[in-house]
Design a protein around this ligand. Structure first.
Ligand SMILES: Nc1nc2c(ncn2[C@@H]2O[C@H](COP(=O)(O)OP(=O)(O)O)[C@@H](O)[C@H]2O)c(=O)[nH]1
Ligand SMILES: [Mg+2]
Length: 353
């Protein structure tokens, strides 16, 4: 799962990247699309299982976060978006939009900044759809082709939605026809989270600002607030110093932790767990995934040759002291292909040879 940090110039993207990654970005190539970090998702269940199984390796669910260059008004129309960056944006799973709320000499206008970027994304999608529709029109002249016709109908629906100034993540057709349209990687289809980046003033009450932003931005864009500059410093100091600074500034949870949780929610992710002496691991999957699909995330062979998933809920495993206790209590199950995996299921996949 890749989350790209986006925003306009000097809104604090690289500063927030430092807060998330703990990498000192001072003097580094700001906005280099290659600035990418892997974040382990903390999981107390996995910590407990690690104590029990003492495996050689513990692997947490992971999220990747990436810094990007600024997106400017006119980028889509003028095709001035760096192709490497556009490629990275298209392959992101979600966006973390930084909205500047500190004074840097330019007017503070977070809602306007949101609309600027949202508009660029919609224009980029419009350009992509129009190109594709032109190609379909050329091919269609030759012979009637039903899949192409269906694609055309879908794309025209997307286009008219965009032409009304609405991003594709508000179009129900997109969800229903996700597979047919996935290869386009539309920018305005991807989930967006907004981070209000405010100046470091001690004890500043951001609740009012947050409430105002939640009103002003679309309902499907969750909004959080932070002082990225302060958080970027927190990410580089020792845990003791961090605790001291957090107390001094009244920060109860780091932005890193808030963003990890918000990203998992926004992406609809849950984790199933695998255990053993070799490895204990959390596997992030989309909520609603079947046991066979979940098995496929471990190995494609597990998908192809899936037989059953031995399944125990984490809570039951703890309460009944392991697999044997769960078997006795009737809480050890053999689930088939279509079983919908739940968050915290401990799975052992049985597959054929
Ligand atoms: N006052 C204040 N300045 C910030 C904050 N976050 C970033 N800045 C400053 O804004 C400038 C641009 O930040 P940077 O992270 O490089 O922005 P980017 O262009 O979006 O990557 C730098 O001088 C930062 O120190 C903040 O929370 N408060
Ligand atoms: Mg930058």
């Amino acid at each position: 799962m890749l989350i790209s940090i986006i925003g306009n110039a000097s809104c604090g993207k690289t500063t927030l990247f430092q807060a998330l990654s703990g990498i000192d970005m001072n003097g580094r190539d700001a906005g280099n699309p290659a600035s990418i970090t892997t974040i382990d998702v903390p999981d107390e269940r996995l910590d407990t299982l690690t104590k029990i199984f003492k495996p050689r390796k513990t692997v947490y669910a992971r999220i990747e976060a990436s810094d990007t260059a600024a997106i400017r008004e006119g980028d889509a129309k003028n095709e001035t978006m760096n192709p490497k960056m556009l490629h990275q944006l298209r392959f992101s799973n979600a966006f973390l939009l930084v909205l500047r709320y500190f004074d840097n000499g330019y007017p503070v206008d977070p809602v306007g900044d949101y609309h600027t970027i949202n508009t660029e994304f919609m224009l980029a999608d419009i350009a992509q759809i129009e190109k594709r529709l032109e190609r379909i029109a050329c091919q269609n002249g030759k012979k009637d082709n039903t899949p192409l016709q269906q694609e055309k109908v879908l794309l025209e629906e997307c286009l008219s939605h965009l032409n009304e100034g609405r991003p594709l993540n508000t179009l129900p057709t997109i969800k229903e026809n996700g597979k047919a349209l996935r290869s386009f990687q539309f920018l305005s289809e991807k989930p967006m989270m907004a981070v209000i980046n405010y100046a470091e003033e001690k004890g500043r009450d951001m609740e009012g600002v947050l409430a105002e932003m939640k009103q002003a931005l679309p309902g499907n864009v969750p909004v959080i607030a932070t002082c990225a500059k302060l958080e970027a410093e927190l990410a580089l100091v020792t845990p003791d110093e961090q605790a001291g600074l957090m107390a001094e500034f009244g920060i109860t949870e780091t932005i890193r932790s808030t963003i990890i949780q918000l990203s998992s929610r926004t992406l609809g992710l849950i984790s199933f767990l695998t255990v053993g002496e070799d490895e204990c691991r959390a596997w992030p999957i989309q909520d609603g995934m079947s046991a066979q699909d979940a098995a496929g995330t471990i190995h494609s062979d597990f998908y192809d040759k899936f037989i059953r998933a031995e399944t125990v809920a984490y809570d039951a495993f703890i309460e009944h002291n392991g697999f044997a206790g769960c078997k006795k209590a009737g809480l050890w199950r053999l689930e088939g292909k279509t079983y919908i995996v739940r968050d915290g299921d401990i799975l052992t996949i049985r597959a054929g040879n």
